[in-house]
Design a protein around this ligand. Structure first.
Ligand code: ATP
Ligand code: MG
Length: 302
């Protein structure tokens, strides 16, 4: 695997999906069925590119871990059945599990509801040298909570603080929080897996028809599907308000899983490539120590 070439490919393939200034972002301009010039018959080529990408990612992660200074936070948001789980599984398949921390965030527990909305995810931020993955995140607070304001009523926020400005205030908090993370060595990259409503229907039906997939189907998913347009507006506004140079969103076409995984992998490689992590340098003093240890080991073995 040629790292230089891998980094170049990663940049080329991922940059068209990167939103680092959300102000003029329009979701309708992104096509969930886009495969970036790969045709269906090119699938084996895309799979090969993913395999090479995974090797590059593993090599970069090894250095990130050894350097133990920076960390990377990958946030995944999407409608049900968009392929978050499988993208995470495939993209992270080559990395050393010790250097990777994955958390899924579901409806908050009573303990979590006793705190501010950034509390539960903050506890799960990646340690130095690690790649942290959030499968859903604090962004649910401007998505599902926005679509279902009744959830807000359960949040124990003093009533006089719940005003029309609450969504803008949440965007502010999120932007500030991500700026804070960036300033402290956490590289933030966010992925919206953009699925079409038709493809979601196909996947739901497959989950109902295939007994091995039945477990993935939740009746509540159908209710959320009924609110599709409200969710799309919430996603669009979220991206407009929180896509920044330091913490960009990637709007990834999600109707073809093989392509989704490839673009996610390339975007992660691109982020790590920008960091360019290095193995810790051994100074003169340390080299002397190592030489002495070597000599002692050999002497004792004789
Ligand atoms: P799967 O692919 O298994 O369906 P999932 O991420 O959808 O994975 P679920 O257990 O189905 O997991 O659902 C998690 C649910 O929790 C989602 O409907 C999500 O909107 C909801 N949720 C997450 N965070 C919050 C939050 N802060 N407030 C309210 N609901 C939340
Ligand atoms: Mg679900």
């Amino acid at each position: 695997m040629n790292m230089k070439k891998a980094l170049k490919n990663a940049r080329r393939l991922s940059e068209r999906y990167r939103i680092d200034d959300g102000r003029r972002f329009k979701l309708e301009r992104s096509d969930p069925g886009d495969t970036g010039g790969f045709k269906s018959e090119d699938k084996p080529r895309a799979k090969e590119a993913l395999a090479t990408g995974i090797q590059a990612l593993a090599a970069l992660q090894d250095r990130l871990y050894a350097q133990d200074r920076w960390s990377v936070l990958l946030i995944f948001q999407a409608m049900d059945a968009a392929g978050k789980d499988s993208a995470i599984k495939h993209v992270m398949s080559g990395v050393n599990p010790q250097g990777c921390q994955v958390y899924s965030f579901k409806a908050p527990s009573p303990e979590e509801l006793d705190h501010d909305f950034l509390w539960r995810t903050t506890k799960c931020l990646p340690e130095c040298g690690r790649i942290g993955v959030f499968n859903r995140s604090y962004y649910e607070e401007v998505l599902v909570v926005r679509v279902h304001p009744e959830i807000l009523a359960c949040q124990k926020i003093p009533t006089e603080l719940v005003t029309k400005r609450i969504w803008d205030q949440r965007y502010d908090s999120i932007r500030d929080f991500e700026r804070h993370l960036t300033r402290n060595g956490v590289v933030v990259r966010k992925f919206f897996l953009h699925l079409s409503k038709d493809e979601q229907l196909r996947r739901f039906l497959a989950r109902l028809e295939n007994p091995d997939k039945n477990w993935k189907f939740a009746p509540a998913d159908v209710q959320e599907r009924d609110r599709w347009d409200d969710y799309m507006s919430a996603y669009e506004e979220m991206i407009r308000e929180t896509a920044t140079k330091d913490a960009p969103w990637y709007v990834i076409p999600a109707d073809n899983k093989w392509y989704t995984r490839l673009v996610v992998a390339e975007a992660v490689i691109d982020a790590l490539g920008d960091l360019d992590p290095e193995y810790p340098k051994v100074d003169k003093e340390k080299r002397k120590e190592l030489a002495a240890a070597r000599a002692a080991l050999i002497k004792k073995a004789k």
